[in-house]
Design a protein around this ligand. Structure first.
Ligand SMILES: Cc1ncc(COP(=O)(O)O)c(C=O)c1O
Length: 338
């Protein structure tokens, strides 16, 4: 089964440090999350019909012509492979491992391809899955390319699935506004940019026919009432979104600077940076261990299927956490020079 960041239970079990004493930079979740508003009492009591206002707020924020709310992008990632009979699927990588895993679990034939190789697989597959921008590598694909791929796939009943979970800080890359075209699915997450991963909420844009199939699969009450109320406010709060975009730009730059100062080139998005094994001078494992010994939980990738080996750094939550990360980097440098 795929491994995920944010797994502090594993950190505690392996290194024995108390849960509260870890700086967790193992995810790409915004640590400055949207402030959760007080909730009306009856939200805990009523069955959560999905409100039109929620889907309208999401459509306005993401640019979807129409969308369906899901319990995190993950719910859609699990559902989509179950909506097709056995077929051939090309999944980009190294990437969020659940895509390949879920298609495989549902019995489909999965071809794993690097970003640069995706186009060459297009003629032989029924479904193409792309994460744009990619997690963990930050690779991107231009909207015009994706739309051309969609056309090819749709002409033979195929699908293009574009996971834009990390798309909020790069709106120019999004093809959400085209998601009503045949054969296109666009997935968005409320967990990353809004920092509300615990809410379990995401949205899917697609044609009316595909959205109806997804909704039927998910069944009634697929997202909780509290999640709906909180997300309606977050998705409509333009001032917070604007402020947060600037804040993440500064934080992302600070993280890039910190890594570069240690001689590690990186790439990624405002929410995380990826350093490959080569960029880490082939010391990925030792470095990961060093950080863990200092209470810094970094995401270690060893994707043998894509021979991708490296570390992904998320944003520290507080100034004290930044200091601890900086100190751990300095200690590594000193160790290297002695
Ligand atoms: C690319 C990508 N897509 C989807 C997800 C799942 O996100 P959600 O919290 O919306 O289920 C993740 C989580 O890390 C991710 O990295």
């Amino acid at each position: 089964m795929p491994e995920h960041g944010g797994n502090l239970n594993d950190a505690v079990a392996r290194f024995g440090r108390a849960r509260g004493d870890w700086v967790d930079v193992s995810t790409g979740i915004n640590p400055a999350h949207y402030p959760v508003p007080p909730l009306p009492d009856n939200v805990w009591h009523r069955l959560p019909e999905v409100s039109k206002e929620l889907e309208q707020a999401a459509a306005a924020y993401y640019g979807f012509p129409a969308c369906v709310a899901v319990a995190g992008t993950q719910a859609a990632i699990q559902a989509l492979p179950r909506l097709r009979v056995r077929c051939r699927v090309c999944v980009c990588g190294p990437s969020y491992a659940e895509h390949a895993w879920q298609w495989q679990q549902a019995g489909h034939e999965v071809i794993r391809a690097r970003y640069a190789e995706l186009e060459q697989h297009l003629p032989q597959v029924d479904v193409m899955v792309v994460v744009n921008p990619n997690n963990p590598t930050g690779e991107t694909i231009a909207p015009t390319t994706l739309l051309a791929w969609r056309e090819q796939l749709a002409s033979r009943g195929g699908w293009l699935i574009v996971d834009e979970a990390f798309g909020d800080t790069v709106p120019e890359l999004s093809i959400a506004k085209h998601s009503d075209l045949p054969g296109l699915w666009v997935l968005r997450s409320v967990g990353k940019f809004f920092g509300l991963a615990g809410l379990r909420l995401g949205f899917v844009g697609a044609s009316a026919n595909l959205l109806a199939q997804l909704s039927a699969w998910l069944g009634p009450w697929a997202v909780s009432g509290p999640a709906q109320i909180i997300a309606r406010q977050a998705l409509s709060d333009r001032a917070w979104q604007q402020h947060n975009r600037q804040f993440l730009q500064q934080q992302g730059q600070r993280l890039r600077n910190l890594l570069t100062a240690n001689g590690w080139q990186s790439q990624g998005t405002e929410l995380f940076q990826w350093c490959s094994h080569v960029q880490l001078q082939h010391q990925t494992e030792a470095l990961w261990e060093h950080f863990a010994q200092h209470g810094i939980w970094v995401r270690y990738f060893d994707h043998s299927a894509w021979s991708a080996h490296g570390l992904r750094f998320g944003l520290p939550a507080t100034e004290a956490d930044w200091q601890r990360l900086e100190q751990a980097c300095q200690r590594w440098k000193r160790r290297e020079t002695t």
